[in-house]
Design a protein around this ligand. Structure first.
Ligand SMILES: NC(=O)c1ccc[n+]([C@@H]2O[C@H](COP(=O)([O-])OP(=O)(O)OC[C@H]3O[C@@H](n4cnc5c(N)ncnc54)[C@H](O)[C@@H]3O)[C@@H](O)[C@H]2O)c1
Ligand SMILES: O=C(O)C[C@H](O)C(=O)O
Ligand SMILES: [Mg+2]
Length: 561
């Protein structure tokens, strides 16, 4: 009701029956903006010297209060200051928020569907007050970043991802819906916490679990048949199972599996260019992936497919230069109880022994790329990083993609210090660029799926496609891969600055729409029909996407009679 707060002009106050309920002076949007930024800066000054966690949570709180109070102003400050604020509303602070969510909770945001709601979801979905929903991000809280099972507290992730959708993709915030599917938790600490806000029961498994997800999907698409659903931070087994189960039936994708794969592929192609080699040389890159979960397997599969396509060889042949390591070391065919999902990548133990450690694999293989999606902080230790000095690449690449910051496989500073100043570096959470001894700056790339999921979601929505195809995902990755100039890539800059997130999202969105046209699955959006979409040039498609992005400005509220 008080959406614009002191910004309501007097006529609006009259129409909305607010006259007298606000202080008399009308404060302009610019003044409100300046006042917020000043209070944020003063919070920064006042918390100097306090522990990082305390400062981060204080910053999150002040932003969260603004979000509750004045959505327009919140998104404007977020968009204008995305580099400063993304680390608070998104990775890494959002992880800390999830860990403390039950204590931080003040008011609900999004919807909660629990195992107790079985049979009720079709009616519950109509409790959501907005008529239209375009983007849904759903989690079951079972693998929140690298922090494990956080149960209902994982709701912070869909909220943060959807904030990025608004900031980066210009999805109207009135049309986003964060969803928590609470099927219990296996986190004993949470179960024993009297303030824990979720179901106090172990996680549902098997069919019982799937019935809950099925029911939600049916309910959501019954009410909003044109919505796009992003699955986020599900433990690997359910990430793969639900993707397989729904991707041909509903308009959905899994960000950890598919969004991450695209961002990593763009990074891998970038490292080939950074070596001054033609892209076709990608087929000769030796790549060690540490972590064989939803993200690591998604990345490996997509990269192998790219090699197979480029070299014109089979998938099996293309796995030759890939080495997959999980918590039990190098995966080989010798392993007993081999997970079917990793079978295609299992090495012959004659090449390197089953269960070989990261350092052993790096020393033996001398890879061009070492990529971490293990969730284990510091696992690329000094010895591993030093071993990368013997890489066969003139510019070895190290991607420490696990989140949040403490779970990164190594820090940026350590990577440049131990692996050499000539490396290319990427991390899932932001790190400062590194001042090198040779006087140059070691560039830190944020290898995070935030560069793709907003464009995948927006492009899918504006194409009107009812499914997300491999072609659309590949187009998104290729768009990101070709976004940077050769000059930038030579300097180790593989991804655009987050300050350009709206621009890159428009480009990615357009690439997704065009791929959907190629796949002949567009149904159009609003007044724009499938024929219109198929006749658009690349530039016209980017323009179409950009015109459909919501931008935060005050608009008069119409009083509903
Ligand atoms: N940067 C990004 O965009 C991005 C995207 C998705 C996931 N992630 C991060 O990736 C991490 C993993 O996510 P996930 O969904 O794949 O998790 P997951 O639980 O599905 O998989 C984790 C994998 O790491 C392996 N592992 C565990 N300990 C290990 C060790 N000591 N040595 C080697 N491997 C080990 C496990 O065996 C498993 O295969 C998380 O920290 C997440 O935040 C980052
Ligand atoms: O949330 C992020 O920052 C990236 C990714 O989706 C993750 O799970 O770590
Ligand atoms: Mg995720």
């Amino acid at each position: 009701m008080f959406a614009q707060d002191t910004g309501f002009p007097l006529t609006e106050r009259d129409r909305l029956g607010l006259r007298g309920l606000l202080p008399p002076r009308v404060i302009s949007f610019e003044q409100q903006y300046a006042r917020f930024i000043e209070s944020f800066r003063s919070l920064e000054r006042n918390t100097q010297g306090q522990p990082d966690n305390v400062v981060s949570l204080a910053k999150w709180r002040i932003l969260n209060r603004l979000h509750d109070r004045n959505e327009t102003l919140y998104y404007r400050v977020l968009i204008d200051n995305i580099k400063d604020f993304a680390p608070i509303i998104y990775t890494p602070t959002v992880g800390l928020v999830c860990q403390n969510y039950s204590g931080l909770y003040r008011r609900p945001r999004g919807m909660y569907f629990s195992a107790k709601d079985k049979g009720e979801m079709m009616s519950m979905i109509y409790n959501w007050p907005a008529h239209q929903v375009d983007m849904i991000v759903i989690t079951d809280g079972s693998r929140i970043l690298g922090l494990g099972d956080l149960g209902v507290q994982g709701i912070g992730i869909p909220i943060g991802k959807l904030d990025m959708y608004v900031a980066a993709a210009g999805i109207n915030p009135q049309r986003v819906l964060p969803i928590m599917l609470d099927v219990g938790t296996n986190n004993q600490k949470l179960l024993q916490n009297p303030l824990y806000l979720g179901l106090r029961q172990p996680r549902l498994e098997g069919e019982e679990y799937l019935e809950i997800v099925d029911e939600f999907m049916e309910a959501a698409f019954t009410r909003w048949p044109k919505a796009v659903v992003q699955f986020e931070d599900f433990q690997a087994k359910w990430a793969f199972e639900t993707l397989d189960r729904y991707r041909k039936k509903f308009c959905m994708f899994n960000d950890d599996v598919q969004g991450t794969a695209g961002v990593a592929l763009a990074g891998l192609l970038g490292t080939v260019r950074a070596q001054g080699r033609p892209l076709s040389d990608f087929v000769n890159q030796k790549i060690v992936v540490v972590g064989a979960g939803s993200a690591g397997l998604g990345v490996t599969k997509t990269a192998v497919q790219a090699v197979a396509r480029m070299a014109g060889i089979s998938f099996a042949e293309a796995t030759k230069n890939f080495y997959l390591i999980d918590k039990d070391g190098l995966v080989t065919t010798e392993r007993s109880k081999l997970d079917p999902a990793v079978v295609p990548f299992a090495k012959n133990p004659a090449e390197i022994r089953e269960g070989a450690s990261i350092v052993e694999v790096v020393k033996t293989v001398r890879p061009h790329v070492l990529l971490g999606l293990s969730g284990v902080g510091g696992i690329f230790n000094e010895e591993v990083l030093k071993a990368m000095r013997e890489s066969d690449s003139c510019k070895p690449a190290i991607f420490a993609m696990s989140n949040p910051t403490l779970n990164a496989e190594c820090t940026a500073a350590d990577a440049f210090k131990h692996a050499g100043e000539n490396i290319v570096f990427g991390s899932g959470s932001p790190f400062e660029h590194v001042q090198l001894e040779n006087g140059n700056v070691g560039h830190v790339n944020q290898a995070n799926n935030m560069y793709l999921f907003p464009g995948i979601g927006l492009g899918t929505l504006l194409s009107g496609a009812r499914i997300v195809t491999d072609g659309m995902l590949l187009a998104a990755a290729e768009c990101l891969a070709s976004y940077m100039t050769d000059e930038q890539v030579q300097k180790g800059i593989l991804y655009p600055s987050i300050n350009n997130i709206r621009h890159i999202t428009a480009e990615v969105g357009a690439a997704v729409v065009r791929a959907a046209v190629t796949d002949d699955i567009v149904e159009g959006h609003g007044d724009v029909g499938p024929r219109d979409l198929s006749h658009m040039s690349k530039e016209e498609t980017v323009d179409y996407i950009t015109r459909n992005m919501w931008f935060p400005i005050y608009s008069p509220l119409v009083h509903e009679k």
